[in-house]
Design a protein around this ligand. Structure first.
Ligand SMILES: [Zn+2]
Length: 212
């Protein structure tokens, strides 16, 4: 039984291993701040995956329920009710996030044979905390966990970029290495080739380049 009072059972079954079907595509994934993830594949197709809007709404409702709980008297009957309400809101957010992540990681691992991602580090997480209270960071570890086990099931290869790989400093067009950029810089111009680069898309292209 979980905190919100729901019961679960688990059933173990045996099944034959399926032979993984190989696919041709490769993809680079940049984990973003305003978007959850930005991807570019080897056909040059780029996608920005936003955090689902309902996640933000649920977060607001959770905050409200938490405030209400904090005002309830200890040991009172109402406090228990409020506590259950908070547990249910937490559960809803966790389920919404998992649903979003499962759909995204299924699509990525269905369509791509080689998947390049950043290595999660406290530095990545820090940048997130500074910029936005982030709904994203709680999802990053789960996202990588799902990508890893689904890749294993489907025979895909995951490449993790070195944590010091400067994916946002290299021009994906000509390879020029520019300096470090504060996070508020979303677009920059390469001084060597003149290309106008969207920070996140450029990073996903640089990650993709590690697949070759
Ligand atoms: Zn350039």
């Amino acid at each position: 039984m979980n905190k919100s009072g729901k019961y679960f059972i688990s059933i173990l079954v045996e099944s034959a291993d399926e032979t993984p079907q190989l696919v041709e595509r490769k993809i680079g994934i940049d984990l973003g701040v305003s978007d959850f993830a930005i991807t570019t594949n080897d056909l040059g197709e780029t996608e920005k995956h936003k955090n689902p809007k309902h996640l933000y709404k649920s977060e607001k409702k959770l905050k409200k329920a938490q405030r209400s709980l904090s005002r309830k008297q200890k040991g009172g009957k109402n406090r228990n009710k409020a506590r259950l309400k908070v547990a249910k809101k937490h559960e809803k957010i966790a389920n919404q996030r998992k649903d979003f992540l499962h759909k995204l990681t299924k699509k990525i691992t269905d369509e791509n044979q080689v998947i390049v991602i950043e290595t999660l580090s406290s530095k990545n997480l820090m940048k997130n905390h500074k910029l936005a209270k982030s709904i994203s960071d709680a999802g990053w570890y789960e996202f990588v966990r799902q990508l890893e086990y689904k890749s294993k099931q489907k025979g895909r290869t995951i490449i993790k970029a070195d944590r010091f790989y400067p994916s946002s400093q290299i021009c994906s067009s000509c390879g020029h290495r520019d300096g470090e950029k504060p996070l508020q810089i979303r677009v920059w111009h390469c001084p060597t080739c003149g290309e106008c680069l969207d920070r996140d898309i450029n990073a996903s292209k640089n990650l993709l380049a590690l697949a070759k």
